[in-house]
Design a protein around this ligand. Sequence first.
Ligand SMILES: NC(=O)c1ccc[n+]([C@@H]2O[C@H](COP(=O)([O-])OP(=O)(O)OC[C@H]3O[C@@H](n4cnc5c(N)ncnc54)[C@H](OP(=O)(O)O)[C@@H]3O)[C@@H](O)[C@H]2O)c1
Length: 242
Amino acid sequence: MRLHGSTALVTGSNRGIGHAFATELLRRGAKVYATARRPELVDVPGAEVLRLDITDPASVQAAAEVAGDVDVLINNAASTAGGNLVDGDLRAIREVVDSNFYGTLAMVRAFAPVLARNGGGAVLNVLSAVAWATVEGNTAYAAAKSAQWGLTNGIRLELAAQGTQVTALVPGMTATEPMKAFAAEAGLDLPEGAMNDPADLVALALDGLEAGEVEVLDRYGLGTKKLLSGPPQVFDLAGIAG
Ligand SMILES: NC(=O)c1ccc[n+]([C@@H]2O[C@H](COP(=O)([O-])OP(=O)(O)OC[C@H]3O[C@@H](n4cnc5c(N)ncnc54)[C@H](OP(=O)(O)O)[C@@H]3O)[C@@H](O)[C@H]2O)c1
């Protein structure tokens, strides 16, 4: 998938990894719709800014109508704070599943016909290494990411016939504000450089997308995927950071 001359839509581009995606896509010569729940917070010079809440069906439908020229869909937006499954707030658990799973699904369903009309194009879903492990304190988020991984594999099969490439980005800790706050709160004593720089992660992701890769893994993605062939007792992200 060549990005130069493509038209990309990025969800959650007001901050964090989404902001880095919108910025790098523009640098690589794509037209970019930088979307956010609060578009007034989007600061991506050169992008077309759209209001988009991926959990609001009317908002998703409106975006698909306005952005009818999209051939690259970057599903980045998601809640990352579900808390724990057994004793956590059930509303937060529903919200984390709602955005990661149903929000991503709503975007794919609305944009699949748009991508088909525009030659097939590509979808990149931003998953997480916790899809293949888990993390104490945020096990609901990990479960939501596992569901989103299954979703990604499913839509890859379903969209193959229309020529849509589906790529999963499976990263670990990346230095965005919520991640830095989570690490500080959890008292994680991380070595220098333990977290990805968002711009480096996005460059890796878009290189993979352009190369037609099905999964793009950073060192955390590589490490957790290996765990899957071991006993389930080791499915904990702790220990991979070093
Ligand atoms: N940072 C990491 O360590 C890490 C690691 C692996 C994977 N990821 C994944 O990377 C993606 C981005 O994470 P991040 O670290 O950049 O987090 P972030 O700074 O919290 O950004 C999340 C973005 O998603 C948006 N969002 C949340 N719910 C939304 C909804 N219903 N509709 C539209 N936008 C919504 C947020 O908008 P508001 O500003 O309106 O809340 C924000 O723009 C997520 O999918 C996350 O799971 C992150």
